[in-house]
Each structure stands twice: as C-alpha cells, then as structure tokens.
Design a protein around this ligand. Structure first.
Ligand SMILES: [Zn+2]
Length: 459
C-alpha cells in the first residue's frame, strides 16, 4: 500500500509541497514540547505552541495512586468559592426558546465592566411552553443569577459575556446559553472552543442545550459554545496575542490578555458551576476517540466520570493553568472531553458527545431519558503515546479505535528522498484512542495514543 503511494512521484511531490508549507508550525510545536509552563511568573512573548492536552498532559500526569487516602490532593469542598456579587440590580432575562431561530445579537454598547446587558430579545417571544413545573418532582428551583441577569426557574435564555479587554466600541460579546430548570438541582457548565480551531464542541453544546426542556430539568445548564471568539473567527487555536488561553486559568485581573480573559470567565461564570465539562478536540493534526481526561486521583472527579456512557476515560492529573485544573482546585467536579480533530465538524464525534452528556445529566438526576439501551458505562484506560523515531511522511495502517497488539506495525514514516521506510510498532496491547493524521513528522512526534483498559483506582 505504501509502495504504491511512493510510486506516484507527481502526486507525491504535490502532496509533499503542501506538507512542507505546513511544516514550520509543526516543527515549532514539537520543539517547544519540553518547555515547562510556568504561567504565573514568566511573560512569554513568543507563541506558546506546546503540545496539547492530548500529549503533554497525559504524559506528565502523576501516576494513579493505589490508595485514595494517601493522595496528595485532597477532595476540595464543593462550592467553596462565592461568586463575586453583581454590583448592580439584576434584570430578569427574557425567556427564549433556544430552538427558535434567533436574531443576531445587538452590538454591545460601551459599558462599565460588570454592568448589565440583555441581548436583543425583540423577536424572541417564545411560545409560552407549559410553564407549570412538574408536580411530582421535588422543590421548585430558585432564580439563577448570572452576568447581571436573573434567569427565572423553568426558562431558558441567551446571555452575553464580555471579558472587557477589547476596544469598547468594537466589543463583541460572547454568547452564553442558559437553561434554568423548574426544579432544584446542580449546575452543569459546558465550555467549548477555548482553542478557537476546535469545532465539534460547539455543536455538542448547541444540541445539548437546545434539547433541554426547562420545565422538566432539575438544576441548570450553562453552555458557552465558543469561549475564544477571536480565535474562532480566525481559525486559530490561540488568542490574538498568540497565547494558549487554556494555560492561564483561573486567571489574573491585572495580568496578560489571556490572564484577564481567564479571570473574567472564571469569576463571572465558572464559579457558578457544580460540574464542568470542557470540550476540546485533538490539535496539531491529531484526532481523538471521544474521551474524557480526568484526574482519577480526585475521588469526586473519579465518581463524576461514571456518569458518562460509552466514553473512554484516561487519567490525567492536569497541568497548571488548564480550566479543568483550576475548576477542580475550586471544588468543581471537572473533566475535559476530547472529541475528534480540530477544524472539522464530525457527526459521529458530536453524537457521541451529546449522548454522553445526556447520560451524565440523567445520572445526576437532572433529566430523565426516554430511551436507554442496556446499561452502558465508561471504559477506563491507562495510556501511552508512541512516538516516531524518524522524520518523514507518516502513513498509518491502523484506524482510530482499532484494537492493536504489542509489536504490531501501526504505520510507517517514509523518507521521501531516500525511500527509507521506518515502521512504528505498538508498544503494548490496547486500543488506538488517539492518533496523528497522515502528515510530515519529525523524530519524536507523538503519533499514536494507545489505551489499555484499566480498573478504576481504588476498586
Ligand atoms: Zn483544545
């Protein structure tokens, strides 16, 4: 198969040219792989092209602890932090049927930081869905106060979050979707596109939020489909200053651009959450089987992962500055969900994410699902990355999700000049839970992520 590819010189050279054009970013990314992030102390002016959570975080994770009691990290108290009080009286947010086609949000008027704004709701007179709370369910919920708005029980709405770092007159608020259930329950937050080129999570959040019926929901769900709006608009993973927002949480109100955005998001929204699912994709041309990254040494987080049906769960203690790390430190049960590739919208990955979030909400007694097939559970993995030992063009022989055995050839790195072919072998039995797409690689490039099924720690 590989030989036949190499026997087409014309096609190959065109492909090669394209690959070489894309090479510098890859090379930069790989060369900074060992740079430890010390985000709080150092100003980093160059692009922070670290390997993403897919590689770096998993490899740098603390090992699983056999005994939970010996853990360095103790279980933080849930909800130990009080959200900042809103400085001005809250306005009642308009009740919007999120499934209705909405008008474009009005441009944000220049405003004092922290002041209120309500998105244009003129065309959003939602048909009054049965506002009556479910009689058989327990206590009715209270108002949800968020971003200077009061979201009444049994309603859903769109709010706007502004980190206040832009030119005021040009500022574009970030949409925040809120469903406040008619009955009491926990607050689940869903964030996506902290890396602006990661698209699957946008649709996972849209489908999840739009399918919720506020009258039947216990608790509330807050969704921010596109956290990094400027990166999203440019198809870039990073912020305008080339920083990786997911290394700056919980942020600093007097820090860098990234630190300020992180602080604003964290204090205005994340601190309202009991649970957080931060949705990502593979980056740098890698793709992931839908999976969770979770600190399994944290008992509250480990228990939380059990609600996600059919998800692969990989232990990863999380790096400083990641949203999920900062949230966990603040007592919020938080995981990262990885689904697919960046810059693509992938239906299967989206379906897997939506279904798993539905099962999570059911296990948290927030919704009751009509259809459940069997009793699916998450699958826990230990994992290792297999790296290329030679530079060249990577051609894979295996597909994402494939079962592999130790020693099996997963793919080849072909040197386009010498014709040398270097096979890459599986380092262990397991399943391909993440892998690079075919591309130009340098020696050391993390090409295959092999997961080996493992028990939950402490069981
Ligand atoms: Zn990401």
């Amino acid at each position: 198969m590989l030989l036949s590819r190499l026997q087409k010189p014309a096609g190959l050279s065109v492909t090669l040219c394209l690959y070489l054009l894309a090479l510098p970013a890859n090379v930069l990314a790989e060369s900074s792989e060992n740079t430890q992030q010390t985000q709080s102390s150092r100003e980093i002016l160059l692009a922070e092209l670290a390997e993403d959570e897919s590689v770096q975080d998993v490899e740098q994770s603390e090992p699983l602890q056999g005994s939970r009691t010996s853990g360095k990290k103790t279980t933080p108290e849930i909800k130990s932090i009080q959200p900042e009080a809103a400085p001005t009286p809250n306005k009642v947010a308009p009740d919007i049927d999120l499934k209705e086609v909405a008008p474009a949000p009005a441009p944000e008027p220049p405003a004092e930081p922290g002041s209120d704004k309500i998105p244009d709701s003129t065309a959003t007179e939602a048909p009054p869905e049965e506002a009556a709370p479910e009689p058989e369910k327990a206590e009715p919920a209270s108002d949800l106060i968020l971003l200077g708005n009061e979201v009444l029980p049994g309603t859903s709405t769109r709010l706007a979050w502004s980190p206040g770092i832009q030119i005021a007159g040009l500022s574009q608020p970030t949409p925040v979707l809120v469903v406040n259930g008619a009955n009491t329950g926990p607050t689940l937050c869903l964030t996506s596109t902290i890396h602006g080129d990661e698209l699957n999570g946008i649709e996972i959040i849209r489908q999840t939020l739009y399918d919720l019926d506020p009258a039947k929901l216990s608790g509330s769900v807050i969704g921010i489909p596109i956290v990094n709006l400027s990166g999203f608009q440019q198809g870039s993973r990073y912020l305008p200053d080339r920083r990786d927002l997911n290394r700056y949480f919980p942020g600093n109100p007097n820090g860098s651009l990234a630190g300020r955005i992180a602080h604003s998001l964290f204090t205005n929204i994340i601190q309202h959450c009991d649970m957080l699912v931060d949705i990502h994709t593979g980056s740098l041309k890698r793709t992931n089987l839908p999976q969770l990254r979770a600190d399994m040494n944290n008992p509250a987080v480990a228990e939380f992962t059990r609600g996600f049906d059919r998800m692969a769960v990989v232990h990863s203690s999380g790096s400083p500055g990641m949203l999920r790390t900062a949230a966990t430190d603040a007592g919020i049960r938080a995981v990262t969900m990885e689904a697919g590739e960046s810059l693509r919208v992938q239906e299967h990955q989206i379906d897997a994410g939506v279904n798993s979030l539905a099962s999570l909400m059911e296990k948290q007694d927030m919704v009751s699902r009509m259809f459940v097939w069997g009793n699916p559970e998450p699958v826990y993995y230990d994992s290792t990355w297999v790296r290329a030992d030679h530079g060249g063009i990577l051609f894979s022989d295996v597909k994402l999700g494939a079962k592999v055995s130790r020693g099996q050839v997963l793919g080849y790195v072909a040197d386009p000049i010498t014709n040398a072919q270097h096979p890459i072998h599986a380092s262990s039995d397991g399943r391909i839970i993440g892998m690079a797409v075919d591309q130009v690689v340098m020696a050391g490039f993390a090409a295959y992520h092999i997961g080996t099924e493992a028990k939950i720690p402490g069981e």
